[in-house]
Design a protein around this ligand. Structure first.
Ligand SMILES: *Cc1c(COP(=O)(O)O)cnc(C)c1O
Length: 380
C-alpha cells in the first residue's frame, strides 16, 4: 500500500542530496576530525563547512554554533549549561507549560537540585502573555526558555518581544526552535535570541544530530566530561557524516523557504477548509495565523484519537494524536490541556503535519478517509 506521510513534526525523510553529501564520511573520508593527518583534516574541514551552513541559515557567526547529538541534547545543554554557570547570580528559570518534554523534564530535574522554575500559562491559542512573562521575572531570574513553535499545535510565539524583555533585564533567552528551523525564517540577532536549539531530522536531515547556537560571550557549562571537541563544550568524537547532513539540510531548507512555506500553507489551508466543509463537530486547535505553515491540529468531537490513528494506519496514512512522545499514554496532551481543551475534546485531536512530498491528491485521500472513519466511529 502507498504510504501517505503526514507526520513531519515527528520526523522527516533524509533528502537524497543530503544523503549523497553524507555517504563519503562513513567509509572514504572516515578520519577523526582531531587527527593531524590530511584524512582527519578533511573531516575537520567538513565540520567547519557545516558550521558555516548553520550560521548562514540563522544569521550568526560559525563560532557560535555547537554540534550535539539531538534536539533534546541541545535543550539540556542550553538549560543546564546556563543554570550551572550562573548559579551564583540566581536560581530562577522561566519557561512555559507547553514546552517539549526535553525542556519540561530538564526543568523538573533542575528543580530537584534547588532551582525554581515558573511555568507560564498560555492563552486558548497557545500563546504566552508578555505581561505574565514580565511579572514572573525576579532578581533571581537567570534564564527564559520559550519554544519558537509548538510541536503539537504549531503555534509561533512572539519571539522578538520576548527577546526584548529578556535583554532589558539582562536575562539569557533560550528558544527550542526544533520545529521552527527549516520551516520559518530565523535571524537570531534580529530576534534577540541568546541560545537556540535545532535538530536535523526535523528538516530532512539525519536523526541523531543537533546543534545549539550560543551567542558569543555567554558562558555555559558542559554536561559531559571527556575530550576537547566543540570548544570543550561537547566531548565525544564528532558525528562527521551526521554534521555534514545537518549542514546540507539546513542550507537546502533555506534556499527555497518562501516557496516551501507557500506550498505547505496552501496544503494546510485546503485540508482545514475541506474538513470544515465535510465533517461536523470539529475544532481547529492553536492560533489560526501565528502557526507553522505545515501544521493542522483538529479535534474531532466524540472520537478517540487512538482509534482514529489505527483506522488511518490501515489506509496507509501516518499521522499523530498530539505528539509522538505522548502517544501510548492515557493522559491527554499537556499542550491541549494548557490551551483549555476539555479532556474529551483533547482526546479527539489529530495532528497533521505536511511536508515536501505531500500533494493535493494526498490531502483528498486523507479527507475522504477521515469522512468515512469519523462517520463510522461516531455511529458506533
Ligand atoms: C523533536 C523535538 C525535540 C527533540 O528533538 P530530538 O532530536 O528528537 O531529540 C525537542 N523539541 C521540539 C519542539 C521537538 O519538536
Amino acid at each position: 500500500m502507498l504510504i501517505r506521510y503526514f507526520d513531519h513534526a515527528a520526523t522527516t525523510a533524509v533528502k537524497e542530496e543530503v544523503l549523497k553529501e553524507m555517504l563519503p564520511y562513513f567509509s572514504i573520508n572516515y578520519g577523526n576530525a582531531s587527527s593531524m593527518y590530511s584524512l582527519g583534516r578533511q573531516s575537520k574541514k567538513a565540520i567547519e563547512n557545516a558550521r558555516e551552513q548553520v550560521a548562514n541559515a540563522i544569521g550568526c557567526s560559525p563560532k557560535e554554533v555547537y554540534f550535539t547529538g539531538c534536539g533534546s541534547e541541545s535543550d539540556n545543554l542550553a538549560i543546564k549549561g546556563i543554570a550551572y554557570a550562573n548559579k551564583s547570580k540566581g536560581n530562577h528559570i522561566i519557561t512555559s507549560k507547553i514546552e517539549h518534554p526535553a525542556i519540561l523534564n530538564t526543568c523538573k530535574s533542575l528543580e530537584k537540585e534547588g532551582f525554581v522554575v515558573t511555568y507560564l500559562n498560555v492563552d486558548e491559542n497557545g500563546i504566552v502573555s508578555l505581561e505574565d512573562l514580565k511579572n514572573a521575572i525576579t532578581d533571581k531570574t537567570i534564564l527564559i526558555s520559550i519554544m519558537f513553535a509548538n510541536n503539537e499545535i504549531g503555534t509561533i510565539q512572539p519571539i522578538k518581544e520576548i527577546g526584548e524583555i529578556a535583554k532589558a533585564k539582562q536575562i539569557y533567552f533560550h528558544t527550542d526552535a526544533v520545529q521552527a528551523v527549516g520551516n520559518v525564517k530565523i535571524n537570531v540577532k534580529k530576534l534577540g535570541i541568546d541560545l537556540l536549539s535545532m535538530s536535523a531530522h526535523k528538516f530532512y536531515g539525519p536523526k541523531g544530530v543537533g546543534a545549539l547556537y550560543v551567542r558569543e560571550g555567554i558562558d555555559f557549562n558542559k554536561l559531559q566530561d571527556g575530550g576537547h571537541q566543540e570548544k570543550n563544550k561537547r566531548a565525544g568524537t564528532e558525528n562527521v557524516a551526521g554534521i555534514v547532513g545537518l549542514g546540507k539540510a539546513i542550507e537546502l531548507a533555506y534556499k527555497n523557504i518562501d516557496e516551501y512555506n507557500k506550498k505547505l500553507t496552501d496544503l494546510r489551508d485546503y485540508y482545514i477548509s475541506q474538513v470544515e466543509d465535510r465533517i461536523p463537530e470539529i475544532k481547529v486547535n492553536g492560533d489560526r495565523n501565528n502557526r507553522l505553515p505545515g501544521n493542522a491540529n483538529i479535534s474531532f468531537k466524540y472520537i478517540e484519537g487512538e482509534a482514529l490513528l489505527l483506522n488511518l494506519d490501515m489506509k496507509g496514512i501516518c499521522a499523530s494524536s498530539g505528539s509522538a512522545c505522548s502517544t501510548g499514554s492515557l493522559n491527554p496532551s499537556h499542550v491541549l490541556v494548557a490551551i483549555g481543551l476539555p479532556h474529551e475534546i483533547a482526546h479527539g485531536a489529530l495532528r497533521i503535519t505536511f511536508g515536501d512530498e505531500n500533494t493535493k491528491d494526498d490531502v483528498d485521500y486523507l479527507v475522504d478517509n477521515l469522512v468515512e472513519i469519523v462517520g463510522r466511529l461516531r455511529n458506533m
